[in-house]
Unconditional design. Structure first.
Lengths: 285, 232, 338
């Protein structure tokens, strides 16, 4: 059981960090980015190709993270521009549809050009015992990096001027404008940040299991469900929901088997949404 | 300091305010009075860049700010306190104030001024803005607006939803600010308080300026007395 | 994200350009009959090829799905991302009832249709009770769709799982021949159009438009928004179930991917958005267009996905309200000036 919980936490941290990116973009800009999973995959591919070109691991990862951030910026500058002219529900719908188109273009291209490509980062070193359970080095490093990233995120939002500015836009966009904050600039920043997070998740995930070109949509759906359960726009909510759902997932999978466990996970998510639509830590509107 | 020339603004159905002219000189306190629906809010929101103008010019210290977005205008030295306040509900009083100074770091002198003007805020520094009462929120909204050390502060119906005692306190604070040299433009339905504070005023009705004059003049005007001062 | 700026809402994706008051029934039936006549000619042209007729039948099935989805989403704004699952309830339901349980086919389809309608209605009722907005309804129905797909994969004894389900029932009948299924699905599609058209002209249709335009105003005007939403969901879901069931029986073989999210929901959404969300004929236009496009792209393999993506982008960048409302808009603009 402990093994399951620990595995669940490893998985859940990934879920959470990934969802954080998606929830920020939605909470701040009212934009639903369905190309999110593809941003992660693109980053993974950049790392893969760099390493194939004999770039050492760390710089390659750096390039991947850069690629992630860049993809966010590109989305902001191109496809999302017509979305910014709309507000509310119309904005969500159009952003959903346009990013879906982007997702297909990227996914189709990658799968056509590099079928079966996948990134795997092998972390050396034997298993380490945590609470009596042998954990692979890869899982541990992945979790450590993810935790660090989460901590950095939380520090950013709580303690820096820029982070507070971002939060203020989520809190009350008009109020933010009245103190001189440009919501669009903040959204651009957050889109870049979400790309960086996606890249980090892809890289850390590859330390545990291969991240293939086909992983895109699965990642997006995952992130979306965790986001909604955690509360749209709430980063702590996404992190918490991620960990919870990760644990439920692994426990269910080991005791029941994959198909039913997925159904249980999905049901748990649905119930949370139904019982508390604002999410675990969201704000009841 | 602020000159509004021929301003018209409205919504898809048509303009709500038409060809408004008025001005505010440095050091003055000017009031714009009118009943509900007269156009005060649309006027102010257009001034401050939250709403697009159909036509007209808005000159702030000579510069035309008519087409600038709000986030730029507030960095030029104008602060706006909207009727709905638009505070950051899940952030503390402290955080709200600190953000008021964005992008600069908050000035201790200014914070102290705000705390002196509104002691109730000092007591609640860590409290979330969303959990405070209407009066406290109003004070916080004004306090936040002051953090940017504006030269002109524009307030839209600051006494909305406030009990008379709190409304009087709010205007007392504005009086203090006035004496320190802050230029004030305020829209009000509750005219007596605004009249005490202001040097001059404009009466707006159906989207147009109907009357203007010094506070003293307006106070004597029978129509004003009847419509806004409750004198029969 | 609670702000909605007052400076106008810009162009919305949901068009519904046809704001006409009630007209004669002929104006409803004539276009439908016209479309029916044109589509009825297709077998004359493709009838020799089993493959192409199969594509045509599938295209009509998608047209039916899109009409059902249009009724749920276009009419009452409920973003049901479980179109495939509801069709799958009809499909697998009919298949299992006919094959495993041994019920006569019409009864199997009827029961499966009812099941789909009830489940769709239940989902809508839940969404209404919990006041779920568009995004939440979408996510909850998406979860349902994913859960259903996994259920199909998991319950291998019942459904054949990954490998698919062979339906022996009806294999001797006209259902498995080359051309009759086409006319069956065509009749279904036309019938659905008639139902949708009649609903639009009725007081129910008025209520739909009212609640879609401004929910609060509709409530204040006395429209029981909740009830109409559930009605629309029940009817639309029943359409999905019936189409799924009949399609399954004409194919003879179904698998979870026949009714999967990626295969059905995404495609239906794009078809409807292309034709015009909320319009009457948008679904048919979208289904025909994309069936043709899909067939033209069939050789491209993975590149198809890329082309689809590019088409979606072009579609929503240039004609966000869909073809029919955009054309209607252009005509209206040219009209008065002559």
């Amino acid at each position: 059981m402990t093994a399951n919980i620990l595995d669940g936490i490893v998985l859940g941290l990934q879920f959470g960090l990934l969802a954080a990116g998606l929830t920020l973009v939605y909470g701040l800009g009212g934009v639903l980015n369905l190309a999110y999973g593809q941003m992660a995959v693109v980053s993974a591919m950049v790392v893969l190709f760099s390493m194939d070109a004999d770039v050492p691991a760390l710089p390659a990862i750096g390039l991947g993270v850069l690629a992630g951030g860049l993809s966010g910026l590109i989305l902001d500058l191109t496809v999302l521009r017509p979305v910014y002219r709309l507000w509310g529900e119309a904005r969500v719908l159009l952003s959903l549809l346009l990013t879906l188109g982007v997702a297909f273009v990227v996914d189709g291209f990658l799968n056509w050009q590099y079928p079966q490509a996948g990134l795997t980062l092998r972390i050396g070193g034997g298993p380490v015992e945590i609470l009596g359970v042998p954990m692979r080095a890869g899982s541990l490093v992945a979790s450590a990096v993810t935790l660090l990233a989460m901590a950095a995120l939380l520090v950013f939002f709580r303690a820096t001027t820029l982070g507070r500015a971002v939060r203020s836009v989520i809190e009350d966009q008009e109020g933010a404008r009245l103190v001189g904050i440009d919501p669009h600039r903040m959204l651009r920043l957050i889109l870049i940040l979400s790309g960086v997070l996606a890249a980090l998740v892809a890289v850390t995930r590859s330390m545990v299991a291969p991240v293939t070109v086909t992983a895109g949509f699965g990642l997006t759906v995952n992130a979306l469900i965790v986001t909604v359960v955690g509360g749209l726009g709430s980063v702590p909510g996404a992190l918490l929901a991620g960990i919870l759902l990760g644990i439920i997932n692994t426990i269910a999978a080991s005791y029941i088997g994959t198909f039913l466990s997925l159904i249980i996970l999905l049901t748990a998510a649905a119930l949370t949404i139904l019982i508390r639509p604002s999410g675990l830590l969201g704000v009841s509107e | 300091m602020l000159e509004v020339i021929d301003l018209s603004a409205g919504y898809e159905g048509g303009d709500v305010v038409n060809q408004i002219d008025f001005h505010v000189d440095e050091g003055e306190a000017v009031m714009i009075i009118g009943s509900n629906g007269a156009g005060k809010t649309t006027l102010f929101r257009s001034l401050i860049g939250l709403h697009r103008l159909s036509s007209g010019k808005v000159l702030f210290e000579g510069e035309d700010i008519a087409s600038m977005p709000a986030q730029r205008i507030v960095r030029l030295g104008i602060s706006f306190v909207p009727a709905e306040r638009h505070l950051f509900p899940r952030m503390s009083v402290q955080e709200n104030l600190v953000l008021g100074a964005y992008p600069k770091r908050p000035d201790t002198e200014t914070i102290e001024l705000v705390m002196a003007l509104f002691p109730r805020l000092a007591e609640r520094r860590r409290q979330h803005a969303g959990t405070m009462s209407g009066g406290e929120q109003q004070m916080l909204a004004v306090g936040r607006a002051l953090m940017a050390k504006p030269r002109l502060i524009v307030l839209d119906e600051p006494t909305t939803g406030l009990a008379p005692k709190l409304a009087a306190e709010a205007y007392e604070a504005l009086g203090v600010l006035r004496q320190r040299g802050l230029t004030i433009l305020v829209a009000e339905q509750q005219v007596p308080l605004a009249m005490q504070l202001s040097d001059r005023g404009y009466v707006i009705e159906n989207g147009a300026i109907r009357m203007e004059g010094t506070s003293a003049e307006l106070a004597q005007n029978p129509e004003v007395r009847h419509a806004y001062l409750g004198v029969v | 994200m609670t702000e909605r700026f007052s400076e106008g809402t810009g162009t919305s994706v949901i068009g519904g350009a046809e704001r006409r008051t009630s007209r004669s029934l002929a104006s409803l039936f004539l276009p439908i009959a016209g479309i029916g006549a044109v589509l009825a000619l297709v077998p004359l042209w493709l009838g020799d090829s089993r493959v192409l007729m199969g594509v045509a039948v599938l295209g009509l099935a998608y047209a039916c799905y899109t009409i059902g989805f249009n009724l749920i989403f276009g009419s009452t704004g409920q973003l049901f991302l479980c179109v495939g699952a509801l069709a799958g309830i009809g499909g697998y339901g009919s298949a299992i009832l006919a094959e495993t349980v041994g019920l006569p086919i019409p009864m199997a389809v009827l029961l499966a249709t009812l099941a789909a309608g009830l489940i769709g209605g239940l989902l809508s009722w839940i969404a209404v009770r919990r006041s779920l907005g568009v995004i939440f309804t979408g996510v909850v129905t998406l979860i349902f769709a994913l859960a259903f797909e996994n259920l199909l994969l998991g319950l291998t004894d019942l459904t054949g799982g990954d490998g698919g389900f062979l339906i022996g029932a009806g294999s001797e009948s006209f259902l498995r021949r080359q051309i009759p299924p086409y006319y069956l699905m065509l009749t279904l599609a036309l019938g659905f159009l008639v139902i949708h058209g009649l609903l639009r002209r009725s007081h129910i249709g008025w209520a739909f438009r009212a609640l879609r335009d401004d929910e609060l105003a509709a409530e204040l005007a006395g429209v029981d928004v909740a009830r109409y939403r559930v009605y629309a969901a029940v009817v639309g879901s029943a359409m999905l179930g019936m189409a799924g069931g009949l399609y399954a029986l004409t194919e003879g073989r179904i698998s979870p991917t026949t009714f999967g999210f990626a295969q059905v929901d995404v495609v239906v959404l794009v078809m409807l958005a292309f034709g015009g969300i909320g319009t009457l004929f948008g679904p048919i236009l979208g289904a025909v267009a994309f069936t043709v496009i899909d067939e033209l792209l069939i050789d491209l393999g993975q590149l198809r996905v890329l082309v689809y993506g590019a088409l979606i982008l072009m579609l929503f960048l240039w004609i966000p309200r869909g073809v029919i409302p955009t054309i209607a808009g252009l005509i209206r603009r040219r009209g008065p000036s002559g």
